[in-house]
Design a binder for this molecule. Structure first.
Ligand SMILES: [Zn+2]
Length: 339
């Protein structure tokens, strides 16, 4: 007798929405990706109600029975250990100190739940979409902050002893402002990689550059809010505007410095760059700027074999998983662990 097929759900809780997918026993997505609001500011109970709704829509879209779901993968935008959230980050009250993993398992009738943070989930997703890649994979994803994750050969994320590994945004980089100071990071420390390469960093940099006398007549000095200027800077970079190019070039170079250290530590063989820049028209040039910084800091052996220069030791690629990478990553992990 053939057992009824098993499916695994991936639920990616973000600051604004929950993105969710269903995969089959082979790890292939079935049905449509479902997106609902996350309501994380209203407490975890409000989010759980949204997860229920997402799960119902997923099984309906894939035309499977909810009883066929054999495991859940879940990711949260905050550090956690063994299912317990450790810091509020962008979440609302009530999350910190709560065992979200076990409560969700209870809510879903005892289904096993794998839980990790959003950076690990996205790295797992990039691993999952590269079906022919069996080595390790390091992901860095510049966005509002700088997320990241490291997947070991075979497909498990390296989460550290306490679930606190791969906080790639908060490593130090050897770079200073023109006045010698270090920028303030969202974590409260000074000089973190994230404070140079995130969207928040971009806003700071745009403000500083546009205030310089030589940039007084730049078209972005039009009184618009800095958030808008930072957003529009991408179009300017696509059109080769020197100021926009110099800002993104600096960001790329500094991301390269950070990657040089990470690659020296992990020797991943494959570095994937995610985040919104993957969608821009100047991403090839951005990657060149990353490599420019990388070459400045890393030894040549981390790019090519000393015995055969044709052999690439570290491959750099843009993310391929798109919007559903994290959801796919935790679904993939749930399948790996619970099938
Ligand atoms: Zn920091």
């Amino acid at each position: 007798m053939q057992d009824s097929a098993s499916y695994f759900a991936g639920l990616d809780i973000g600051g604004t929405t929950v993105k969710s997918v269903l995969v089959d026993a082979a790890g292939d997505p079935v049905g449509e990706m479902v997106e609902v609001r996350s309501h994380v500011k209203d407490g975890w109970q409000a989010t759980f109600a949204q997860l229920e709704s997402a799960l119902d829509q997923l099984v309906a879209s894939a035309d499977v029975d909810r009883s066929q779901i054999a495991g859940i993968g879940l990711d949260v935008p905050a550090p956690s250990s063994e299912g317990v959230i450790w810091a509020q980050a962008n979440l609302g009250p009530g999350w910190v100190g709560t065992n979200i993993r076990d409560l969700l398992s209870e809510r879903f009738g005892g289904l096993p739940v794998y839980m990790t943070n959003d950076g690990n989930a996205a790295a797992l997703g990039e691993y999952a979409v590269r079906k022919k890649h069996f080595g390790s994979l390091l992901l860095v994803a510049p966005g509002t902050g700088l997320g990241g994750g490291f997947v070991l050969p075979g497909g498990r994320a390296w989460e550290g002893a306490n679930g606190l590994a791969l906080e790639v945004g908060h490593i130090s980089v050897p770079h200073r402002e023109e006045d010698g100071s270090l920028p303030q990071c969202s974590c409260g420390k000074l000089g973190c990689l994230e404070a140079w390469v995130s969207l928040v960093a971009l806003r700071r940099r745009v403000g500083l550059e546009l205030a310089k006398p030589e940039n007084a007549s730049h078209p972005l000095n039009d009184g618009s809010p800095v958030e808008e200027k930072a957003f529009r800077l991408r179009e300017f970079a696509e059109r080769d505007d020197p100021l926009a190019v110099s800002v993104f070039r600096q960001q790329g170079n500094i991301l390269g410095y950070g990657l040089a250290d990470l690659v020296r530590v992990f020797d991943p063989g494959l570095v994937v760059i995610g985040g919104g820049l993957a969608e821009t028209g100047f991403r090839d040039r951005y990657l060149d700027w990353v490599l420019e910084g990388f070459r400045e800091r890393a030894w040549p052996v981390y790019l090519n074999s000393p015995l055969d220069p044709e052999v690439v030791t570290t491959h750099f690629e843009w993310a391929r998983g798109g919007d559903s990478a994290a959801a796919l990553g935790v679904a993939f992990s749930a399948r790996d662990r619970f099938s």
